[in-house]
Design a protein around this ligand. Structure first.
Ligand SMILES: *Cc1c(COP(=O)(O)O)cnc(C)c1O
Length: 400
């Protein structure tokens, strides 16, 4: 496993022991809550002040539920520390985190460069919300690297990255893109949902806004929708203001679930990682599989970048099957007992979906040579998952 912490002094504090410990201690203050280990769910809009002077002088720690709440504050502080940014805001979903982050750094007349490998609903934000506000988007090849300079316009306000790409798993050369952006005063954003700040640290590579769908690994139990945006010092005031002005807040119950997920994030990710690598390697040797799209496999075209920039891999990857009729792919997926058919990922359970990026890409062609299946490897025993896939391949063969 790559360990960028060994070669990069800035990551030294993320050596295993310390991050493990921080995941347990961050954002908790039992003494403040009569010794209860977890910060309780505090519900509330109104916060009372003892006197008019206190009310008008905002002397209390809190002034109004939407503006701050002990449950939210704890997890926000913990996530800000993990991301290594200046501050974090929470939003009701991963998608709203993407859209809010974009709204916070763009204005009418601006031009946005968006990776063609982005999570598909984020594309819609460009085509609907941003377009309606007079912001034009150009989609770019995720492998463009420093070549992004040729796509800049005088009014380019932001470059949005996602690495690895949704479904297709291209690794982006973030430092090369950030170098160009910085030279031209352009804001950079990244959707870091796949790696989480445990396995990739965007701010350390100069990215301004780092986004996570907390829905995925932070929640970890398929029972939460949540978005997280972490900003560096330069972008924090604008992000905080936009979040406050739009009146965005999340339910304390959801913040509580995120805090609960945080405590076990590292042990879960380690298991997702190792099982996914076991299964990806096994799949690479299957006669039905044309290729495996997983950046932690040495055969992957993005492996060198992954090794250079990331310290781990999560449990999500794709396979491209050798050409088979749709009936064969459907038979494989329908026969699976442990892999559920469903969107989202990051929970304890394994999932599988068919996909075809050709249906929505605009800047790059998607012709991988066969049908795509995306797998999320959960916390089940990997040998049981391999047995499930083995019988699935038998069903595929029988249907063709
Ligand atoms: C799931 C996902 C999102 C959106 O999260 P929701 O909570 O479902 O809105 C955003 N980006 C990526 C990469 C995702 O996988």
């Amino acid at each position: 496993m790559a360990k960028n912490s060994a070669s990069d002094g800035s990551n030294a504090r993320w050596e295993n022991q310390e991050v493990d410990t921080r995941l347990v201690t961050l954002g908790r203050d039992p003494a403040r809550f009569d010794g209860f280990v977890n910060t309780p769910v505090v519900r509330g809009s109104t916060v009372l002040s003892p006197t008019v002077a206190d009310l008008e002088g905002h002397t209390g720690r809190y002034s109004y539920g939407r503006r701050g709440n002990p449950t939210l504050e704890g997890i926000e502080a913990a996530l800000a520390a993990l991301d290594g940014g200046t501050g974090v805001v929470l939003t009701p979903s991963g998608l709203s985190a993407c859209s809010l982050a974009l709204l916070s750094c763009l204005r009418a007349g601006d031009h946005l460069l968006m990776t063609d490998s982005v999570y598909q609903p984020t594309r819609r934000v460009c085509a609907t919300v941003l377009k309606g506000f007079g912001i034009e988007t150009t989609f770019y090849d995720p492998l463009v690297g420093g070549g992004i300079a040729a796509l800049l316009r005088p009014n380019t306000g932001a470059i949005f990255m996602e690495s690895p790409g949704s479904q297709s798993f291209e690794m982006q050369d973030v430092p090369a893109i950030v170098a160009v952006a910085k030279a031209h005063g352009v804001t950079t954003l990244i959707d870091n949902t796949w790696a989480t700040p445990l396995y990739y640290r965007p701010h350390e590579q100069g990215v301004d806004l780092a986004i996570q769908a907390g829905t995925k690994y932070l929640g970890g139990h398929s029972d939460l929708n949540l978005g997280v945006i972490s900003a560096n010092e330069a972008l924090w005031p604008r992000l905080k203001a936009m979040h406050g002005d739009l009146g965005i807040t999340v339910a304390p119950e959801d913040a509580f679930l995120a805090a609960r997920g945080l405590r076990t994030l590292k042990v879960r990710l380690e298991r997702h990682q190792s099982s996914a690598l076991t299964i990806a390697s096994w799949l690479a040797g299957r006669p039905e599989v044309l290729k495996v799209l997983h950046p932690a496999l040495p055969s992957d075209p993005g492996h060198a970048i992954w090794r250079r920039d990331f310290s781990g891999a999560s449990g999500l990857f794709s396979i491209i099957l050798k050409p088979v009729p749709k009936a064969g792919v459907d038979a494989l997926l329908d026969s699976l007992k442990l892999f559920g058919l469903g969107y989202s990922w990051g929970g304890f359970e394994s999932l599988a979906i068919p996909f075809d990026c050709a249906s929505y890409r605009t800047a790059t062609a998607w012709a991988p040579g066969g049908p795509g299946v995306r797998l999320h490897i959960g916390l089940e025993d990997p040998e049981d998952l391999i047995a499930d896939l083995t019988q699935g391949f038998a069903a595929l063969q029988a249907a063709c």
